[in-house]
Design a protein around this ligand. Structure first.
Ligand code: SF4
Ligand code: SF4
Length: 132
C-alpha cells in the first residue's frame, strides 16, 4: 500500500495536543546553519525542552514549539517554511514514523495501523539516545 500525502496540513497543526515533533540535534543544527543563526538562538526561538523525554533519554530532548497547535514553521499559506531542511521526523512521517499512533489521528494513515517498527524509527532513536 502506497502512502499519499494530500497536503491537508493537519499533522502540522496538531502539535502539543497529541503529537509532538522531536528535533534531533542534527536537525536543530541544520536549521541553524540554513538560517545563518547560532544553535542557541534557534533552540530558544523555535524549540522547547521536553521534560518527559529528556528524563527517559538521559539528555536534553527538544520538540518544536507551536501556536495553538500550529507548528511555528508553518507559513501563512499552510506550507512548511523549512521544507527543504525539515526535521528527520517530518521528512519520514507520518507513514514510516510511529504509524500505530499516528494512524489514529489522520485520514491519510488509514491502513497503516499495524505497520511494524521501521528502520527509520530505529535510526531515529539511535540518534536521539546518542545525542546526535
Ligand atoms: S495529515 Fe497526512 S495528508 Fe495531511 S499533511 Fe499530514 S501527512 Fe499529509
Ligand atoms: S517542521 Fe514543517 S513539516 Fe514539520 S511539523 Fe512543522 S510545518 Fe510541519
Amino acid at each position: 500500500m502506497k502512502f499519499e500525502c494530500t497536503q491537508c496540513g493537519l499533522c502540522c497543526t496538531n502539535l502539543g495536543r497529541r503529537d509532538i515533533v522531536i528535533a534531533l540535534k542534527a536537525d536543530r543544527q541544520r536549521i541553524a546553519d540554513r538560517q545563518d543563526r547560532d544553535l542557541a538562538w534557534i533552540e530558544q526561538a523555535y524549540f522547547e525542552r521536553n521534560a518527559e523525554l529528556s528524563d527517559i533519554a538521559g539528555q536534553d530532548v527538544y520538540h518544536i514549539k507551536d501556536n495553538d497547535g500550529r507548528c511555528v514553521f508553518l507559513d501563512d499559506a499552510g506550507l512548511c517554511s523549512i521544507r527543504k531542511y525539515k526535521p528527520y521526523q517530518c521528512k519520514h512521517g507520518p507513514d514510516r514514523f510511529f504509524p500505530s499512533t499516528m494512524a489514529k489521528s489522520y485520514e491519510c494513515m488509514k491502513g497503516f495501523e499495524n505497520a511494524p517498527e521501521s528502520d527509520i524509527e530505529r535510526e531515529f532513536f539511535d540518534q536521539l539516545f546518542s545525542g546526535d
